[in-house]
Each structure stands twice: as C-alpha cells, then as structure tokens.
Unconditional design. Sequence first.
Length: 181
Amino acid sequence: MKRAILLALALLLPAAAVVALLALQVGRPPDWQLELDRYIQRQAALSSETITARFTVRASEPWNLTPEMSRAIYGDSPHYRTDYGYGTEYGAVKDRSGPRALPYPPEHVWCALLAWEGQGTGEPGGETRHTVVFVAKHRDLYNADLMVHEAATGLSTEALAENLYRIGCESLLQQVESDQP
C-alpha cells in the first residue's frame, strides 16, 4: 500500500507541475505578437505617432520571403545581424545584432497592416497612413529568433501585392483596400 501511494505521488507531481505551467501560459500573447508590439512601441516613441496593428495574418508560404522583400530588419538578436535594435541609449538605437546573417527561408511569417495616425503631429485624428511589416521566425541548426521586416515597397505598389501573394498573405490585400479612404 505504501508503495502504491509513493508511486501515485511520483506520477502525479510531475503532471501537476505541467498543468501549472500550462495555466501560466494561458492568456499570454504569442511570441510573434510580442515582437510586433516591441516594434510598434519603438516606432511610436521615435515618431510621436499613434501606431496600431489593424490586421495580421499568418503566411501560408513563409519559405518565399526573401531578403529583397525587406527594406529594414529590426530585432535584438544575439545570434543574427539586424539593421536596428529596440534598445535606446541617449535617443540612439543600440546595435545589438549578432555575428551571423539571417538564415533564409524563415520558418514562420506573420504579415501585419499597421496604421500610423497623426503624420508626425502627435495629435489623434490627423491623417492616417498604412505600412506592412513581416514578423519572421528565422532558425538555423542551433538558434531561432523573431525579427520584424519592413516591406521594401509601399502599399500602392504592384510589387507589394506580388510579394503578399508569393508568401501567402493575400488576405491582407483585401484589408488594405477596405482600410483606404
């Protein structure tokens, strides 16, 4: 009987610990959303505009994202090189990029339509402009990090539409059209 109780405890304690860890994760945003939020906070702090994510969609063909589709890459990766980091020191962006180039293709990509309100006036209700960014999870044999890629082309270009179709984010195009005045 004593052995049965000890065996039951030995099996139940790890299961209880797993359940407790899963309960802590409930309600936490996914990592890609946290990375997008960091990008939005950094850009809003530098521009004094209000920036919101209007629409996000997961790319169905992330392997088609290429370096040419990005104008700039943001991230605080100790492993991979980026154009910009999120940390600031005396108003300047700290270089926190790692030693290696980003591995392509990325494992996962999320496309986001961002709305910038105020056009630098800092006042809500001003003009609104839109941009597209890609949150990509890059992975090599040993490391993985999320990066935000700014789309290399503007919303009104045919190249952006082609890129969105290529990576499987075409539903973002309908949202762009419905969000335009």
